[in-house]
Design a protein around this ligand. Structure first.
Ligand SMILES: Cc1cc2nc3c(=O)[nH]c(=O)nc-3n(C[C@H](O)[C@H](O)[C@H](O)COP(=O)(O)OP(=O)(O)OC[C@H]3O[C@@H](n4cnc5c(N)ncnc54)[C@H](O)[C@@H]3O)c2cc1C
Length: 375
C-alpha cells in the first residue's frame, strides 16, 4: 500500500512537471551504486527492485576486490583499477549517509597460480607458508597481492540506506515488466504502474537479458551459479589474508569465520545447494590449507553471477534513453564504483574516464546460441 502510494506520487509529479530523471531496474550493488552516483549528481532517481535490495548475487558474493587477479580478462584491467581507486570514496560516502561502518575484512591476498605473470614476484615456499601456516602449495607458485576484501552483507542494509538518504526513491517488491523509448524519454511499466523518465538503466543482474528489462535489445547475460560455504575455526587458527588459487578461495571474515568458494555452474536460475559439491569444495580447500581439515560448516548458500560469454560486463547505451549496466560475473562488487561512474558519464553526455568499447552490448551480435546453434 505504502509503495503503491509513493509511486502514485511520483507519477502525479511526472504528469505535472517533475518526472524521474532516471529509473533503474535492480537494487543489487550495481543498481544502487549507480543510483547513489546519479543522485549525488543532482538527478531524481527511482529504483525498482522486484524482491529485496541486496539479496541476490550481491549478497552471495565473497567480497574480494580482486582487481589484480591474474585470472581476470585483460580487458577488465582499466575498469578494475579505476574502481579500486574509487573504493575508499565509495565506502566513505555510504558510511557518511547510512551511519554504518563497512570494515575491510582483509588487506592482502596470497594468490596461487600455475602461470605467474612476469610483473609479480613468486614467494619462496617458506614465505608463503609463514603467511598461511598450514598451506600446502602443491607445486603452485604463490605471490602476495595488495588486495582488499569486504563482507557484502555489511552493505546489505548500509547501501540501500545510503541511497535513500541521498534522495533515491527505492521501491522494493516492484518489478519492471517492460520498457519503451517514446517521445523525449522512456516509459517504464512496473507491477505498480507505469512511470516516465529521461533515462532507464537495466541493472537487473543475471536477469538483465529477460524481456521485462532488456527493452527488446539482445542481451546475452545468463546466470552462472556459485555455491559457497562458511566454516568456523577455533580462535587460535589465524589466516589474515585471502588465500586464492584458480580453483578456489578462502576468505577470512574475522572472529574465526572463513568463507570458501565457489562453484561455477550453468544451471539456469537454480539456487539449490548440493551437499556433495559443498563437501568437495571443503575437501579441496582443506588440501590447500590444512587447518580446514574437519572444520565445522556453519552456513551454505548459492548465488547467481550475471555472466556473459567473454566474462566482461555490458556498460552501454543500447537505445535512446536506455542503458545497461549488467553482466559483471565474478567482479561486480569490485566494479560497482567504476560502473556507476561510467553510467553517470554516459547519462551526463561526458566522455567516460575509461574506454568502454570492450563493454558494448553489440559485441555479441551474430553470436550463436550455445544450445540452439541459432545466430
Ligand atoms: C558465489 C559468488 C561469489 C562472488 N564473489 C565475488 C567477489 O569476491 N568479488 C566480486 O567483485 N564479485 C563477486 N561475485 C560477483 C558479484 O556478486 C556480482 O557480479 C554482483 O553482485 C552483481 O551485482 P548486480 O547488482 O548486477 O546483480 P544482483 O546483486 O543479482 O542484483 C540484481 C537485482 O535485480 C533484481 N531484478 C531482476 N529482475 C528485475 C526486474 N524485472 N525488476 C526489478 N528488479 C529486478 C534482482 O531481484 C536483483 O536484486 C560473486 C558472486 C557469487 C554468486
Amino acid at each position: 500500500m505504502w509503495q503503491t502510494l509513493r509511486i502514485e506520487i511520483v507519477i502525479q509529479r511526472n504528469e505535472t512537471a517533475t518526472r524521474a530523471d532516471v529509473v533503474i531496474a535492480g537494487a543489487g550493488i550495481i543498481g544502487l551504486a549507480t543510483a547513489l552516483a546519479l543522485a549525488d549528481a543532482g538527478l531524481h532517481v527511482v529504483v525498482f527492485e522486484r524482491g529485496t535490495a541486496m539479496s541476490e548475487s550481491s549478497w552471495a558474493a565473497a567480497g574480494m576486490l580482486a582487481g589484480c587477479d591474474p585470472e581476470n580478462p585483460a580487458a577488465l584491467r582499466e575498469l578494475s583499477l579505476l574502481s579500486l581507486a574509487l573504493y575508499p570514496e565509495f565506502l566513505a560516502r555510504i558510511e557518511e549517509l547510512s551511519g554504518e561502518t563497512i570494515p575491510l575484512r582483509t588487506r592482502q591476498t596470497l594468490q596461487g597460480t600455475d602461470h605467474l605473470p612476469f610483473d609479480l614476484r613468486a614467494l619462496k615456499a617458506a614465505e608463503a607458508e609463514a603467511l598461511a601456516p598450514g598451506l600446502r602449495t602443491g607445486g603452485q607458485s604463490f605471490t602476495l597481492l595488495d588486495e582488499h576484501s569486504l563482507d557484502p552483507r555489511d552493505l546489505g542494509q548500509a547501501l540501500p540506506a545510503a541511497a535513500r538518504a541521498a534522495g533515491v526513491e527505492l521501491h522494493e517488491g516492484v518489478a519492471v515488466n517492460a520498457v519503451h523509448s517514446g517521445g523525449d524519454g522512456v516509459v517504464v511499466e512496473t507491477t505498480a504502474g507505469p512511470l516516465t523518465a529521461r533515462h532507464f538503466v537495466n541493472a537487473a543482474g543475471a536477469w538483465a537479458g529477460s524481456p521485462g528489462t532488456s527493452a527488446g535489445a539482445s542481451l546475452p547475460v545468463a546466470p552462472r551459479k556459485g555455491q559457497m560455504l562458511a566454516v568456523e575455526l577455533p580462535g587460535e587458527v589465524q589466516l589474515r589474508c585471502v588465500l586464492r588459487t584458480p580453483e578456489l578461495y578462502i576468505v577470512p571474515r574475522g572472529g574465526g569465520r572463513y568463507v570458501i568458494g565457489a562453484t561455477v555452474e550453468d544451471l539456469g536460475f537454480d539456487k539449490q545447494v548440493f551437499p556433495a559439491q559443498i563437501d568437495a569444495l571443503l575437501a579441496s580447500a582443506a588440501t590447500l590449507w590444512t587447518p580446514l581439515r574437519g572444520a565445522r560448516i556453519v552456513e551454505t548458500w548459492a548465488g547467481l553471477r550475471p555472466g556473459t560469454a567473454d566474462g566482461l560486463p555490458v556498460i552501454d547505451r543500447v537505445a535512446p534513453g536506455i542503458l545497461v549496466a549488467a553482466g559483471h560475473f565474478r567482479n561486480g562488487i569490485l566494479l560497482a564504483p567504476a560502473t556507476a561512474r561510467a553510467v553517470r558519464e554516459l547519462i551526463g553526455g561526458r566522455r567516460p574516464a575509461v574506454e568502454l568499447s570492450a563493454f558494448r552490448a553489440n559485441r555479441f551480435d551474430g553470436m550463436k546460441d550455445a544450445e540452439t546453434g541459432q545466430a
